[in-house]
Design a protein around this ligand. Structure first.
Ligand code: AMP
Ligand code: ZN
Length: 118
């Protein structure tokens, strides 16, 4: 379930500290250490899935729950409501997709512009 060498697995198990946003049995969310936007947190499955390129039918429920959780957590963490506010969801995948940490994660970014990036 966890990979001993994975930084996000270490965050999920508390071996590396993080600013927690949300946790349930299968999902963990924490603030990005280098935010691009006034609101920037990451949603991750607790189980070690390397990327979006590794998901299959067994993950439909998990991914659906992550995606439906994102708007709720975005509002709770400072994003303004749609349509004036809103947020951006990004899942970088693989080298050409700009993925740096090899544990599936969804960036949720929002807040007043301009942003540092994105
Ligand atoms: P990606 O390029 O999509 O793989 O994004 C990885 C993200 O993880 C980057 O935005 C990093 O700032 C973030 N990150 C890396 N290490 C940590 C950490 N220890 N705590 C919180 N966020 C982190
Ligand atoms: Zn991991």
């Amino acid at each position: 379930m966890h990979d001993d060498h994975c930084i996000f697995c270490k965050i999920i198990t508390g071996k590396i500290p993080s600013k927690k946003v949300y946790e349930d049995e299968e999902i963990f969310a924490f603030h990005d250490i280098a935010p691009w936007a006034p609101v920037h947190f990451l949603l991750v499955p607790k189980t070690h899935i390397p990327s979006m390129a590794h998901v299959g039918p067994e993950h439909v429920g998990l991914l659906g729950r992550m995606m439906t959780l994102a708007p709720k957590l975005a509002l709770e963490n400072g994003c303004r409501p749609y349509p004036q506010g809103g947020f951006r969801i990004v899942a970088n995948t693989g080298a050409e997709g700009g993925q740096e940490v090899q544990h599936l994660h969804v960036h949720v970014m929002g807040g007043p512009r301009p942003w540092l990036r994105g």
